[in-house]
Design a protein around this ligand. Structure first.
Ligand SMILES: Cc1ncc(COP(=O)(O)O)c(C=O)c1O
Length: 389
């Protein structure tokens, strides 16, 4: 059996129909039917594997699914965004009650549309009110986001799997912040795993995509049939970009994870040197028992900091040279976001940081300079230069 990084390059080779080393981009939206009248079977549209129309399927999307399947070992369906994947998840499970947390506001937005249109009941996933949990029944959905956006906080998947399964509900895990090989939610009881592939799978801030990873080919086929009529398949050109990205997947994620842990450890060790820095949020700072087993290959490359005031948080990005002040995460370039810009539920003192592929010493020096507010940082800078990365 070949290993992760080999699969990320060769996992779709068996689907290639040309000698191109890189799969060509099939820009066609429609495919010719057989020229043999005997092979023309009415209703072929319901077979998700037949190439008929690119809203249904196309070779570039199939390539992505094959590669991701070779990485995670489970049937995978690709979508045109992370939120399309969440909408597909909701459509497939069709819960009457949804347990969902604070996490990414877009998923909550979809849940609210379901509440408005179909009377979906919601409970907070962290609720310890047994009465509320009694409302979660067979066929309902418990949707856990871990690590949690924007903090990078970890939750114990096993605990929520037990909660969901004791009630006959499905556990889905949005693991966008900890892509493979950092976290495998299936090992801890997840039934469906979701990713915004716009982030680490894409890795270059130049495509939108989403993934649902499921346990059986039967569920995948149902999702493909839904995707056909929901019109949420990924486009051809984006697919080619995503296949390009997957070729460097492990290298990127491993480096970003290591750099983030280095930066967080340094800031945390020297927090006293930055009076403006009130709090650092990151899974690497938690000491819960479950973390070693759930994150054997490193920590999420995303963390958050809270400063002592909203004004200070708002102005920090403009003091940095190497971090773009922008939303999103997972790309080669580091980003910092005053999170209130895109999520008004989040503290105005909070900045979310996505660590990219730059040298972590340069990133640290930039952050330390921005946080130091003109105090002398010569000692800190010399320690940064001695870090082994
Ligand atoms: C945790 C999480 N889930 C889902 C999404 C939505 O993904 P997309 O922007 O690809 O629709 C995001 C986007 O930031 C996210 O951070």
């Amino acid at each position: 059996m070949t290993q992760f990084s080999t699969n990320s390059i060769h996992g779709g080779d068996h689907l290639k129909t040309h000698s191109d080393v890189i799969t060509p981009i099939h820009i066609t939206t429609t495919y010719s039917y057989s020229s043999n009248p005997d092979e023309l079977v009415p209703g072929g549209l319901t077979d998700p594997k037949t190439l008929i129309y690119s809203r249904e399927n196309h070779p570039n999307a199939a390539q992505i699914e094959a590669i991701v399947e070779s990485l995670v070992g489970y049937p995978t369906v690709v979508y045109n965004s992370g939120l399309s994947a969440f909408n597909a998840l909701m459509t497939h499970v069709n819960p009457k009650t949804l347990a969902i947390g604070d996490g990414y506001h877009g998923c909550q937005g979809i849940a609210d549309i379901w509440k408005r249109n179909f009377g979906l009941k919601q409970i907070h996933i962290l609720s310890d009110d047994e009465k509320e949990w009694q409302g979660v029944k067979e066929g309902d959905l418990v949707h856990l986001e871990t690590p949690l956006n924007p903090y990078g906080t970890y939750y114990d998947i096993t605990e929520f799997a037990q909660k969901a399964h004791a009630r006959g509900a499905v556990l889905s895990v949005d693991a966008t912040f900890a892509p493979p090989p950092l976290l495998d939610p299936f090992q801890f009881g997840a039934d469906i795993v979701m990713h915004s592939a716009t982030k680490f799978f894409g890795g270059h801030s130049d495509l939108l995509a989403g993934l649902l990873i499921v346990k059986t080919p039967e569920i995948k086929n149902k999702l493909l049939l839904d995707r056909l009529v929901l019109g949420s398949n990924i486009a051809n050109l984006e697919s080619a970009l995503l296949v390009r990205s997957l070729r460097t997947f492990e290298l990127r994620v491993a480096r970003q994870a290591k750099s983030a842990a280095t930066i967080v450890a340094f800031l945390s060790r020297h927090q006293d040197a930055f009076p403006v820095l009130e709090r650092i949020h990151h899974g690497s700072l938690q000491d819960d028992e479950f973390i070693k087993a759930q994150y054997p290959n490193g920590h999420t490359p995303v963390f958050s900091i809270e400063l002592t005031s909203a004004d200070k948080a708002k102005s920090l990005p403009s003091k940095l040279r190497l971090f773009h002040h922008a939303t999103s995460l997972g790309g080669a370039e580091s980003l910092i976001e005053w999170r209130a810009m895109s999520d008004d539920h989040i503290s105005k003192k909070l900045l979310r940081i996505s660590v990219g592929l730059e040298d972590p010493r340069d990133l640290l020096e930039d952050l330390v300079t921005g946080l130091s507010q003109n105090s002398d940082i010569a000692d800190l800078t010399s320690e940064i230069h001695k870090l082994s990365v």
